[in-house]
Write a protein of this length. Sequence first.
Length: 348
Amino acid sequence: MKIEKIAESRWNENAWKGAAFGSVFSDHMLLVHYKDGKWLTPEIKPYGTLDMFPALHALHYGQSIFEGMKAYKGPQNETLLFRPEENAKRLNKSATRLCMPEIPEDIFLNGLNELLKLDSKWVPKEPTSALYIRPFMFASSNFIKATPSDDYTFMIITCPVQAYYTGEVHVKVETDYTRAAAGGTGAAKAAGNYAASFYPAKLGQQEGFQQLVWTDGDTHEYIEESGTMNIFFRRNNELITPPTSDSILAGITRNSLLKLAKHLGIKCTEERINLEQMAADYKSGAITEAFGAGTAATVATINSITYKGEKLPFTATKDSYAAKLRTALQDLQYGRSEDPFGWRKIVE
């Protein structure tokens, strides 16, 4: 691995606090090129600009994928990662779907480890903040023929962040636009999935909603995700969530919460959630809670869901599953509790 250290660190204790999520970046970045059918020597360089031509393949045909993960500061000032191998595996699943080469896990994980060792002071010490990690890959050939690229670039950049949602989260059920369709790229973290969601999300924000609840593309009768998060409901004393599919991303936070909930004695069920049945269960008092789960937001309580113009508000309770699972998950991530799953990894 080639390592070029920054001449003078840009680290400032307060520069990132209060800044928009993901807008202040750490000193270094990992860069690996794929050429002639093989990955070249990984490089770590000071964070900076990239040289590119107007014919860069990714700009024209959208071969671009990414991951989202975080590093946490532990009680002994150590840097901790949470299930990083799962992000490497999921990135490669996305790569396969978009006809891109898989990145060897050792390049991903070793490169990340070295990057975090260099920029360890950028991992926030505050108990609700973390270092957001963005691994991504894009097509880097220079031609504008509609065919897969020959060359690719894999990178990792990082940025210290505070909480993603700082206020209440009110969502609206979306039944006109579709996030992902069966047979599409919904199960991959493809950049285009997010670009296509911005317009309907913007329309929802203009109506006063923070996010949307996405429904299936065939009938718009079944709940799939909420914004960029997987969605959970509490039905009586059971936790329910839609099963993953080719239109629902297999969230690592989602998977972790299901395993953690079962460990805590909470019954979990993965089932298709019909909108009309959800509304009926809400009105009968069976469904009392809803929340989203994802890397950026961790566990975000949903304060209301608006469906067919009717607002279904949720009242916070002392025995909230969202609060219980959020605390348990963050205690694991920040090294404040035992790790019975072996999910924590120390950067060393």
